[in-house]
Design a protein around this ligand. Structure first.
Ligand SMILES: *Cc1c(COP(=O)(O)O)cnc(C)c1O
Ligand SMILES: *C1O[C@H](CO)[C@@H](O)[C@H](O)[C@H]1NC(C)=O
Length: 540
């Protein structure tokens, strides 16, 4: 036998003197070990996360712990139900189809009654985000368009080609706003979450086509939770990158370190939901080009503000297709596009990417079936209402509204910076202003504001609250009233910093303290259940 290469000699030496059965069993067990390690490495959650979950799973099997948890959960469930019962006081609970249909006036009255059940005065700009404008002329035009097209379905392009045209025009207008070129394309979806799921699906499938079997997405910790949702639906591994504690923008070096063979997408927000800060999209784009990975810019919240900011006299760093690493952009027309709820756009730099978003089945007895987004049947009325809104508002009024919203946001930010006891997180890029406190529990302040009718959004890790300034806050006196209420509440909190937090806001503080996150998840599921809860009999 000729001389064997070095490694083989080493292996032969290792097995020297072993029985054949020993050799077989050692080979098999090392193979199994390799498979096991590989599965750990390829799993959708990291080893530490899974060990932690396992620990709490064991803990929950201890009978005393289990009993206590079950007891607590039952109480929580009951509280949720009581809340619903209180909220629904005054409307008839209907569990059956009415035997004879009701008359239109009565239905209209009941719809109005349902609309007024909430605790907030959303028509006076008291809520953060949620209601993006209160201009009746815009709503009238959008609703008129919806009335005309409510029963259309762009799935049937032969029947409703006009709806397809409107969709194509919404996409094209958005491409122009974001400085895309001839090659850019996109689709309308039903909201930001769907736009994000579509982008993740497209770049997952692009990765599959390149032979990457376990793709991962690299996401800033501040990116919208829709990316985690997409990963849950699509079987993607999420690598979460922390943000800089001062600027609240993603740490680009850490993104760079995280990029690997399995990376199918990196993400930046323009801006993010929690703090309203904008990641350094320029740096992320350069990194994307260098590493040869696509970059998705989530401009769901701020895109239709940021796109008009330069013309409105406000500075915003470039975040769109002008940066060559930007492969896709999501932007919500149902937020600052001022369209009724139910539309968003997802845009791609290249037609190839959009092809990866589509699904096609060729063997179904119902025929060859291809569709662009999640839905089969789609609501043509929502597309028409969005199109009508964009046509009615027009470029000059978008610029004007952007100026009003951003001026108001800057005014609130500057005034909040003067208030003793609170601080602003990072530099708000568009319209979200997040604040916290090192002197008292910020949820105590949020609770006081809540009592004055302000609905703010709670932030965790670290504790904070934010106001998403919309056109509804540009109405006379709203911003000044908000600033005055925060100032008064901050004074109260400073004089009694140790006061325990009560009310609705207390729960956000508590939820952060629970180390078994699966409990938080279970509680949340009970909360979602409560949205579907109908009290037995009429509440008093
Ligand atoms: C609102 C939002 C989304 C998700 O959009 P939905 O329309 O609520 O599904 C995604 N990203 C950011 C930054 C958002 O603010
Ligand atoms: C389509 O899919 C979305 C989820 O992406 C859903 O919210 C929406 O109600 C669906 N239906 C229609 C008709 O758009």
């Amino acid at each position: 036998m000729s001389e064997r290469p070095q490694p083989l000699r080493a292996i032969n030496k290792f097995f020297d003197g072993k029985e054949p059965w020993q050799i077989v069993s050692m080979t098999a067990s090392s193979l199994l070990a390799i498979v096991w390690v590989h599965s750990l490495y390829n799993a959708r959650e990291s080893v530490t996360v899974r060990l932690r979950k396992q620990f709490f799973r064991w803990l929950r099997q201890v009978p005393m712990v289990r009993k206590k948890i079950e007891q607590k959960m039952a109480e929580i469930k009951k509280d949720f139900h009581t809340d619903v019962e209180k909220r629904l006081a005054g409307v008839t609970i209907r569990r059956e189809l009415p035997e004879q249909g009701l008359d239109p006036e009565q239905i209209s009255q009941e719809v109005r009654d349902h609309l007024n059940l909430g605790a907030y005065d959303w028509k006076n700009g008291a809520v953060s985000g949620a209601v993006y404008h209160l201009c009746e002329d815009i709503s009238r035009v959008a609703c008129e368009a919806y009335t005309l097209t409510a029963y259309t379905n762009p799935l049937h392009s032969d029947v409703f080609p006009g709806i397809n045209k409107m969709e194509a025009e919404i996409v094209q207008m958005a491409i122009n706003l974001f400085n895309g070129d001839e090659e850019c394309c996109g689709t309308v979806t039903t909201g930001g979450t769907e736009s994000i799921i579509m982008a993740c699906k497209a770049f997952r499938d692009l990765a599959y086509s390149k032979g990457i079997s376990n793709p991962q997405i690299i996401v800033p910790s501040t990116a919208h939770s829709a990316f985690d949702k997409a990963a849950q639906y699509l079987g993607l591994f999420v690598v979460t990158i922390p943000v800089d504690p001062v600027t609240l923008c993603v740490d680009v070096d850490k993104v760079s370190d995280a990029i690997g063979r399995r990376t199918c997408l990196i993400v930046g927000s323009a801006p993010n939901y929690p703090y309203g800060t904008m990641d350094d999209i320029g740096a992320l784009s350069a990194l994307a080009v260098r590493a040869g990975v696509p970059l998705h810019v989530d401009a769901c919240l701020g895109g239709l503000v940021a796109g008009f900011m330069p013309a409105a006299g406000h500075h915003v760093p470039p975040f769109d297709f002008r940066l060559s690493g930007v492969a896709s952009i999501s932007a919500d027309t149902h937020k600052y596009g001022y369209a009724p709820k139910g539309t968003s756009v997802i845009l791609y730099r290249r037609a190839e990417y959009r092809h990866c978003q589509y699904t096609v089945t060729t063997e179904w007895p119902g025929g060859v079936y291809g569709s662009p987004t999640v839905n089969g049947s789609r609501a043509g009325g929502l597309i028409a209402a969005c199109w009508a809104t964009m046509m009615f508002v027009g470029r000059q009024r978008y610029i004007q509204m952007t100026k009003e919203v951003v001026d108001t946001a800057r005014y609130i930010e500057n005034e909040l910076r003067k208030i003793d006891g609170i601080f602003i997180f990072g530099k708000p890029a568009t319209t979200v202003i997040a604040f916290g406190s090192q002197r008292f529990d910020i949820f105590q302040l949020a609770d006081l504001l809540h009592k004055r009718g302000w609905a703010l959004n709670a932030l965790q890790f670290p504790s904070g609250v934010h106001l998403c300034v919309t056109h509804a806050h540009t109405c006379d006196g709203v911003a000044a009233r908000f600033v005055a209420d925060v100032a008064a509440a901050a004074r109260t909190c400073l004089t009694d910093a140790a006061a325990p937090v009560h009310g609705k806001m207390a729960i956000y503080g508590v939820a952060q303290e629970i180390s078994d996150r699966s409990l938080v998840s279970d509680i949340t599921k009970h909360f979602i259940d409560s949205m579907y809860y109908l009290p037995k009999g009429d509440p008093q």
